[in-house]
Design a protein around this ligand. Structure first.
Ligand SMILES: C[S@@+](CC[C@H](N)C(=O)[O-])C[C@H]1O[C@@H](n2cnc3c(N)ncnc32)[C@H](O)[C@@H]1O
Length: 354
């Protein structure tokens, strides 16, 4: 497991299907179906939360506010600034567990020693885009939601990165990739964190388990001759880290060689010392970065641990893959995943097309 390290964000405690989190100075209680254990809510901050999200049995839910709080506030991760606000489906605008992936990709970009072009698909509020921009890459950011792309631009502004080389596109990811093939555009790195279920701006239906292989396959021709990385993240989809590693290995290794690894990512829980699993990431990389999952500090537990990028064998490194480590949700709708509930975006029109 690769735990994300933060100063401005803290997963304080987990209990009875809920997590208590600090986002800067704001305390939120949010549901998390993975938290199937009970316990005593010893931390006094449980009683000081600003708001709690109640999930409705009929889908969706609502925020209940206990204390006055700003409509929008900001937190920082390293040199990046993110705007936050409580939204539908318990979201705040950031998935903090992703910090390990931001740290990893930006280390690869910094070590590349050459100009790097990154494509961030399903880019949401732009955190991964900003991490790559800050490391010196040029980035194409694609998301179906006009509102999310606008939010990502505001995060770039807040992080003083608005003048960096970035294309912000409201588009359907699959259609965009197919157009890039026709245009002959290529990328040195691709990041994708697709939802279980979503819709493109023209109503195009995205179903992860039916379309993921096809999308990754369509991405292969738009990788440059010497690509640096391909990062695939998934949450609550029934896709194990092993399956994600196979997918990247099958599609990328025959053409580019390189290494594939996969592991859970998670958030350290202050009260218990445990790490709450928050999804899985598979990474294909041409060469190993100096660190894996580093977020400002070297993570000593990552050395020699499963999931580390160090396989020598020219095959998918199963010994680096934590079998069965993915939090499976047998019997639960895929749409209940963290990504899935973000689907359904129906804003019309893509800003780029041919
Ligand atoms: C899980 S979020 C991505 C999270 C992000 N990578 C991060 O860690 O901050 C999923 C995003 O996919 C977008 N989306 C869903 N279906 C899409 C499609 N067919 N094409 C483009 N974007 C889509 C949604 O608008 C949403 O912003």
């Amino acid at each position: 497991m690769r735990p994300a390290q933060w100063k401005d964000y803290e997963l304080i405690d987990t209990c009875d299907g809920e997590r208590l989190e600090r986002w800067g100075d704001i305390l939120l209680i949010r549901p998390d179906p993975q938290i199937i254990w009970s316990g005593e809510r010893k931390d006094p901050r449980w009683g000081k939360a600003h708001a709690r999200y109640h999930r409705s049995k009929t889908g969706g839910g609502r925020w209940e506010t206990y204390q006055k709080m700003p409509d929008v506030w900001k937190i920082r991760w390293e040199d990046l600034t993110f705007r936050l606000k409580p939204m539908g489906f318990k979201h705040t605008g950031i998935f903090p567990e992703q910090a390990v992936n931001w740290a990893y990709t930006r280390e690869l970009i910094r070590q590349a020693g050459r100009p790097v072009k990154v494509l961030n698909l399903f880019g949401y509020t732009g955190a991964a885009t900003l991490a790559c921009l800050a490391a010196g890459a040029s980035v194409t950011h694609v998301d179906a939601s006009k509102g999310m792309v606008q939010w990502a631009k505001e995060n770039a502004q807040a992080s003083s990165l608005a003048d960096r080389p970035v294309r912000w596109l409201v588009d359907d990811c699959l259609k965009f990739v197919q157009r890039e093939q026709r245009r002959g555009n290529v990328y040195d790195g691709i990041i994708m964190d697709p939802p279980s279920y979503g819709r493109g701006p023209g109503g195009e239906v995205w179903k992860l388990e039916e379309q993921l292989y096809g999308l990754v396959e369509q991405c292969v021709p738009i990788l440059s001759q010497q690509p640096l990385f391909f990062l695939l993240n998934s949450y609550t989809t029934g896709l194990s880290p092993s399956v994600m590693a196979y997918l990247l290995g099958l599609l990328l290794k025959p053409r580019f060689g390189g290494e594939v690894s996969a592991d859970e990512i998670g958030l350290p829980v202050t009260a218990t010392g445990l790490t709450l699993p928050c999804g899985s990431t598979a990474i294909w990389a041409r060469a190993r970065a100096g660190v894996r999952g580093r977020t400002g500090q070297e993570n000593p537990s990552a050395k020699g641990a499963p999931g580390r990028l160090a396989p020598q064998a020219n095959k998918i490194p199963l010994h680096f893959v934590r079998r069965g480590a993915c939090p499976r949700r047998a019997g639960k709708s895929l749409r209940k995943g963290r990504s899935g509930i973000l689907g359904g975006v129906t804003e019309p029109g893509a800003v780029e097309g041919d």
